[in-house]
Design a protein around this ligand. Structure first.
Ligand SMILES: NC(=O)c1ccc[n+]([C@@H]2O[C@H](COP(=O)([O-])OP(=O)(O)OC[C@H]3O[C@@H](n4cnc5c(N)ncnc54)[C@H](OP(=O)(O)O)[C@@H]3O)[C@@H](O)[C@H]2O)c1
Length: 227
């Protein structure tokens, strides 16, 4: 995998940091993006780039700095939940902020880096979604009632399908990926999947991605998730 380049958003902690760590350990060139400081615990070879996915100016600034550089994999990982879930506490500004980060951010960043992906080899855009956004499976065994989070991830799935069609002429594969219930700040201590396992499995799904599958919604174990 020497010479392959991956960009990971939200790489300061959680799943994003682990993905960046593992890709770097496997010999990839890693562009680790986060809002504030370079992620701690990553190899010095990992390149840090500041990025707030909620800020279009931050996205265009990143794209300008990366102009002309090939990108093989873009992992749209950065994500947030509502400060307080539930119908009654729902606040319009907070709802829209979750959509801005979880849905609009990945769309704008993918558009901004399209030229870089065109220069990559078998390029893949991995949108880290969630089964919580699935109409058919989201409520099965998950009593989470975070309206904004669920809606943002459902909308991200539609963005994946639309991007898959728009980027098909460039040979860019686009996937929505459910990482499992992962032990991170977001997943919490009761989560079942160590972050190392989720990241390793996601890297395998990304590596196996075929253009015929562009627009799919897959879990970390490769299973197709119902929309
Ligand atoms: N953990 C789970 O069980 C689970 C399940 C399903 C899906 N997911 C998805 O997996 C992804 C990673 O989640 P996680 O568990 O690693 O969450 P996490 O531990 O809370 O980390 C979230 C990451 O997103 C970054 N982020 C938030 N807003 C951002 C912004 N505006 N611009 C740039 N970065 C931003 C955070 O950066 P700061 O450090 O700057 O806040 C942090 O690095 C998310 O998309 C999440 O929805 C997670």
């Amino acid at each position: 995998m020497a010479g392959r380049t991956v960009l990971v958003t939200g790489a300061g902690r959680g799943l994003g940091r682990e993905l960046a760590r593992q890709y770097a350990a496997s010999g990839w060139q890693v562009i680790a993006c986060s809002r504030n400081l370079p992620a701690s615990g990553l190899k010095s070879a990992v390149e840090f780039q500041p990025l707030d996915v909620a800020d279009p100016a931050s996205i265009s600034g990143l794209a300008a700095r990366l102009a002309g550089r090939p990108l093989d994999v873009l992992v749209n990982n950065a994500g947030v939940r509502s400060p307080v879930p539930g119908l009654d506490p729902l606040r319009p500004d907070e709802f829209l902020e979750v959509l801005r980060i979880n849905t609009l951010g990945p769309v704008l960043l993918t558009r901004a880096l399209r030229a870089n992906l065109r220069l990559g080899g078998d390029p893949v855009v991995a949108n880290i979604g969630s089964r919580a956004g699935s109409m058919t499976e989201g409520l099965l065994d998950d009593d989470d009632d975070d309206y904004a989070y669920r809606c943002s991830k459902a909308a991200l799935n539609m963005a994946t399908v639309q991007l898959a069609r728009d980027l098909q002429p460039d040979g860019i594969t686009v996937l929505s990926l459910h990482p499992g219930w992962v032990k991170t700040d977001m997943g919490g201590a009761n989560a079942v999947l160590p972050v190392e396992e989720s990241a390793k499995a996601l890297r395998m799904v990304i590596a196996a991605a075929k253009s015929e599958c562009s627009g799919a919604f897959l879990a970390f174990d490769g299973r197709q998730v119902g929309w």
